[in-house]
Design a protein around this ligand. Structure first.
Ligand SMILES: NC(=O)c1ccc[n+]([C@@H]2O[C@H](COP(=O)([O-])OP(=O)(O)OC[C@H]3O[C@@H](n4cnc5c(N)ncnc54)[C@H](OP(=O)(O)O)[C@@H]3O)[C@@H](O)[C@H]2O)c1
Length: 215
């Protein structure tokens, strides 16, 4: 599948590495395609670097792997992305009193904001819940790490579930896009453990089903 990664930082780079191993055609939507790190990533993943709008227009799936601060302006340059699947990986983070916190929640979410910016696209909130190291390589976990998806478009969720499986995740449907209000704070559980509680990456969440108990 042709996938445009808008932003080629930690998350964009990790997804490029993960999906390149499964043979996907990758476009890196970056401000400076000639940047050394971008060129190195292209070489490693057989991706092609383009300007963000060009990459987004050429792909079936567009991944927003941008810092929340400034995302609205960056997304506005991409065009309407009508009918395209747009994966929103972003967590609306800000620093308050020296600590990373969410700048929205309970009554709104970044996922819903993205849907308001791109009303003609099919938004799927996912890949925001664990660190980029895990997204790059899910090998070595005892069971596949879980990855929740929230979207109002069941067909888009089915396609994204396949892409999540390609990365080695266990995709789980969280419901409509409004559920981003839960998936973004859920990411904070991972961030808090990793940054402030000493649980070092790579680690991830799993959805475990209990086998029938013997009477
Ligand atoms: N890091 C994680 O482990 C992780 C995990 C889950 C979710 N997330 C979320 O994923 C998003 C990306 O995080 P990250 O860690 O990958 O950030 P990052 O390493 O800082 O990378 C951000 C990328 O976005 C690009 N960018 C910034 N403004 C842009 C614009 N206007 N147009 C095009 N590209 C632009 C930057 O390119 P330049 O080189 O041109 O500045 C950079 O390549 C964030 O919203 C974060 O909350 C991160």
């Amino acid at each position: 599948m042709k996938i445009a990664l808008i932003g080629a930082g930690h998350v964009g780079g990790a997804l490029a590495r993960g999906w390149s191993r499964r043979g996907h055609e990758l476009l890196l939507g970056v401000r400076d395609p000639s940047q050394h790190t971008v060129q190195a990533l292209c070489q490693e993943t057989r991706a092609q670097a383009q300007h963000p709008r060009e990459a987004a227009e050429a792909a079936a799936v567009v991944v927003l792997a941008l810092p929340w601060n400034g995302a609205a302006a960056a997304v506005a340059t991409l065009g309407p992305l009508a009918d395209k699947i747009v994966i929103d990986c972003m967590n609306p983070l800000t620093v308050r009193d020296g600590v990373l916190v969410l700048e929205r929640g309970f009554t709104h979410s970044a996922g819903e904001a993205v849907a308001a910016w791109l009303p003609e696209a099919r938004i799927v909130k996912t890949l925001n819940q664990v660190g980029a190291d895990v997204m790059a390589d899910t090998r070595g976990f005892v069971v596949p790490p879980v990855m929740f998806m929230a979207s109002d478009h069941p067909d888009a969720k089915a396609t994204v579930a396949g892409l999540l499986r390609d990365l080695g995740f266990d995709p789980l449907d969280a419901g409509g896009l409004r559920q981003s209000r839960h998936l973004e704070p859920y990411a904070m559980v991972w961030i808090n453990q990793t940054l402030y509680q000493g649980k070092h990456s790579p680690w991830a969440f799993a959805a475990l089903t209990r086998a029938p108990l013997c009477p």
